[in-house]
Every structure is written in structure tokens, then in C-alpha cells.
Design a protein around this ligand. Structure first.
Ligand code: PMP
Length: 289
């Protein structure tokens, strides 16, 4: 595998990061996870825009232009023949001293890995997933805003540990007000009748690119799409619940906190949106080849 690093493609065995990189020492950096479908990079510009917003929010100057990064992503995919795959784009603060001061790090490091990902077993997409709400509260928006896709994922990892130790694969995190926020790496939706509900950005979520597409597709299908604060009540009483994310795509949820959601199997709205999403994803994107 060829990895993009320090401005060029290098062999995987040579793709090494310094122990003094603040990305490693402090989780100081930002990243994106991007999919390729059918030989095209899906929603590349939206991901690059979010990367630059995340970087701006932590006062990290990415040493490349948007255009240069797009080109580097495409080149890395081409070199690895990433026809249907997953790209991890990482910008670390770079090498610094053993102290927090980020301004001692003079050269942020841009890394691109073009590979593949399978977050959950295929079976869960057909039968639906059981999840739980956990005690780990999502980061407060004025502490580490969840809108920043930073390399510091400990908040999410702590919730993931609770989920796995609780016997399920995914967790729902609530915010400091007790409202539903998001899963550890996915956004959450609930269906009630013709209404599709999802927490607003102000609830302290990462505004998912998959989320935004699903909202558009649902509107096109004549659904009423509402961004609203949701409590666990709204999940427990929903007809359907599903998760969305670049890596996860669309995952039906059929059980929350041991309660059956809807009919206990993937519902018609989830299945239709998943189908529409894949049709859209296969036909849109930036050509690699
Ligand atoms: N929330 C969190 C915390 C995430 O890490 C992600 C991305 N994995 C998402 C939501 C979904 O965002 P996207 O659809 O842009 O991948």
C-alpha cells in the first residue's frame, strides 16, 4: 500500500510518524473519513470543507490548499486502486516539543491512507442492530465542540467501551442537557409516521455528510424532516431508528436499552433511504481514474 505523507507517496513500511508529533502526544490534529464508490471519491469537497473548518477551529494551518488536498486524495486512491474503499485523511499538528504549546510545531503533517473499512458485520445491516444509551456524556460544545473532527476521540472511545462491555456494538451518547446527541461515530435518526427527526447541530453533534444527504433524500421522498432536540422517549417510541456515517453508511437500529424499536426489524423508511443513498453514492463523485 502507498501512503501519502510529507507531500509524496511512500511505501506503507516507510510511512512513519515522529514520537514528537503532537497528533500522537496530545491528539492535536484533525481528520476526515471519506468513501470511494465506483471509482469516484464521494462528497470530496464537502469533506475537505469540513476538514478546513475543523482545522480553523483549532487554529491549525493546513500547509496545502483545498485544491492540492483534493488532488492528493485522488492520486493516493489511484496509486492504491481504491475503487470501492475508504480514505483516511489526517492532518496532525506536527513535530514539536514535550509541552502543549502548539505554536512550537512548525510543520503540520498531512497523511492520506486509501484502504477499506467494515465497521459492522453485514448481518446487522439486514437484521438491524441493538444499541444502548451510555453514561459518558458527549463533549460540551464549549469544551471540545463535537463539530470539530479532531484526532482526540477519547470521548467517543469511552462511550464505545461502555457499549461493548454492555454487550452491544454501538452507543448513543446524550449531551449535557440529557438530549440525544449521536452515536460514537455516527449520527442518529428516528422515524415517526411521515416525520424524520434528528438532533440539530446545536445539540453538539458532528454534522455528518451522510446525515445531510439522508435529510435531502427524505425530503425528496415527501417526508417532513425535522432537526429537533430529542429525548430517549423519542427513540423508544419511534417507528424506526437508524444511524448514518461515512464508514457505517445507513445502519438500522431495532433495539435500544433492551427495548424493541418499531417492529424489531429494519423498517421501510430505513430500507428505502438506504437504497436511495447507495444509488446516489454510486453515481456521484470525483473521478479517480
Ligand atoms: N458523528 C461522529 C462522532 C463521527 O465521527 C462521524 C463520522 N464517522 C459522524 C457523526 C458521521 O459523519 P459523516 O456522515 O460525515 O461520516
Amino acid at each position: 500500500m502507498k501512503i501519502y505523507m510529507s507531500g509524496k507517496l511512500v511505501d506503507e513500511k516507510d510511512a512513519k510518524v515522529s514520537v514528537f508529533d503532537h497528533g500522537l502526544l496530545y491528539g492535536d490534529g484533525v481528520f476526515e473519513g471519506i468513501r470511494t464508490y465506483n471509482g469516484k471519491v464521494f462528497m470530496l469537497e464537502a469533506h475537505i470543507d469540513r476538514l478546513f473548518r475543523s482545522a480553523k477551529a483549532i487554529d491549525l494551518k493546513i500547509p496545502m490548499s483545498r485544491k492540492e488536498i483534493c488532488k492528493a486524495v485522488v492520486e493516493t486512491c489511484k496509486a492504491n486502486r481504491t475503487y470501492n474503499g475508504y480514505v483516511r485523511l489526517v492532518v496532525t499538528r506536527g513535530v514539536g516539543t514535550l509541552g502543549l504549546n502548539p505554536y512550537n510545531c512548525k510543520k503540520p503533517q498531512v497523511i492520506i491512507i486509501a484502504a477499506s473499512i467494515q465497521l459492522y458485520p453485514e448481518k446487522l445491516y439486514k437484521e438491524g442492530m441493538a444499541i444502548i444509551t451510555v453514561g459518558t456524556v458527549r463533549n460540551h460544545t464549549e469544551a471540545i465542540n463535537p463539530g470539530i473532527k479532531s484526532l482526540n476521540y477519547l470521548n467517543n472511545i469511552l462511550a464505545k467501551i461502555e457499549a461493548i462491555n454492555g454487550g452491544v456494538m454501538e452507543a448513543i451518547m446524550l449531551n449535557t442537557h440529557g438530549y440525544v446527541c449521536e452515536a460514537t461515530g455516527d449520527n442518529i435518526f428516528a422515524v415517526r409516521g411521515n416525520m424524520l427527526m434528528t438532533p440539530p447541530s446545536s445539540a453538539g453533534i458532528l454534522e455528518g455528510i451522510t446525515r445531510n444527504i439522508v435529510m435531502e433524500l427524505a425530503s425528496k421522498n415527501g417526508m417532513q424532516v425535522v432537526e429537533t432536540n430529542m429525548s430517549r422517549y423519542d427513540l423508544y417510541t419511534a417507528d424506526e431508528v437508524f444511524l448514518t456515517g461515512t464508514a457505517a453508511e445507513i445502519v438500522p437500529v431495532v433495539e435500544i436499552d433492551k427495548r424493541t424499536i418499531g417492529k424489531g426489524k429494519p423498517g421501510p423508511v430505513t430500507l428505502r433511504l438506504s437504497e436511495d443513498f447507495h444509488v446516489f453514492a454510486r453515481s456521484n463523485g470525483t473521478n479517480i481514474f
